[in-house]
Design a protein around this ligand. Structure first.
Ligand SMILES: CC(C)(COP(=O)(O)OP(=O)(O)OC[C@H]1O[C@@H](n2cnc3c(N)ncnc32)[C@H](O)[C@@H]1OP(=O)(O)O)[C@@H](O)C(=O)NCCC(=O)NCCS
Length: 198
């Protein structure tokens, strides 16, 4: 039986979800999300250890500008990851840039609330967005990448069905030491039998 993907098509006032999952839902990132929590995430070295953003001090104004720029960018779908149990905004996930000619896009995510790490939230968010990308947007391939030492990210993408396609050697510098970037890919036909059709 085909797995149901609930999207905005069915969005109602009492249902804020753009994509509904089992333990989380994804919705649009709002300007009201740019608060002390979001600010804390982007200035927390544990959260940004493997992100380029760690080189740029983020102000609330700066984060607000980023969220606004995402809102008007048709090639990026930027979503808040929220817990179903209480609506708590715990991180963000992005699909894009979307290449509409070759029908591929990148996926990247950040779970800023460290208290929910290692509970499967990252894996579920990736799966939900991947299903949406293939099933609704009709994309053909998704790509991602992470620092070699970012074990959490690596495991989350692999658990979500991505395949390691290679490694870009000595790509990123962490505390003066260069490390590789693991490159992941997920093709439409690899996702279909396992995740969309059940
Ligand atoms: C990387 C990140 C998205 C993982 O999210 P998460 O919700 O903790 O991931 P999951 O719980 O789905 O974890 C998937 C697997 O990785 C494991 N894992 C998670 N973090 C880990 C870590 N730091 N070290 C080792 N394993 C880890 C989990 O235990 C789980 O494995 P299991 O099913 O065998 O128990 C999250 O830690 C994060 O946003 N970090 C900061 C930003 C970042 O690095 N983003 C990714 C950029 S590419």
């Amino acid at each position: 039986m085909k797995k149901t993907i609930t999207t905005t098509g069915g969005k109602r006032a009492d249902n804020p979800a753009f994509i509904m999952g089992e333990r989380i839902y994804l919705r649009e990132v709002r300007l009201s999300d740019v608060n002390e929590n979001y600010y804390r995430w982007l200035n927390d070295p544990d959260v940004t250890r493997y992100l380029e953003t760690r080189y740029i001090p983020r102000s609330l104004e700066n984060i607000r500008q980023y969220v606004e720029s995402m809102d008007v960018n048709p090639d990026e779908i930027f979503l808040a990851i929220c817990l179903k149990e209480n609506g708590m905004h715990v991180g963000n996930i992005k699909l894009g840039p979307i290449n509409r000619i070759h029908r591929f896009a990148d996926i990247s995510l950040l779970i800023g609330e460290k208290s929910v790490w290692r509970q499967g939230i990252g894996t579920e968010a990736i799966r939900l967005l991947a299903n949406f990308a293939f099933d609704v947007l009709n994309l053909n391939k998704l790509r991602s990448g992470c620092y070699e030492d970012n074990k959490g990210s690596m495991k989350a993408f692999l658990k979500a069905g991505f395949v390691q396609e290679g490694i870009l050697r000595k790509q990123w510098q962490v505390n003066g030491i260069f490390q590789g970037e693991i490159v992941f890919g997920l093709c439409r036909e690899e996702m279909m039998p396992r995740e969309i059709s059940k």
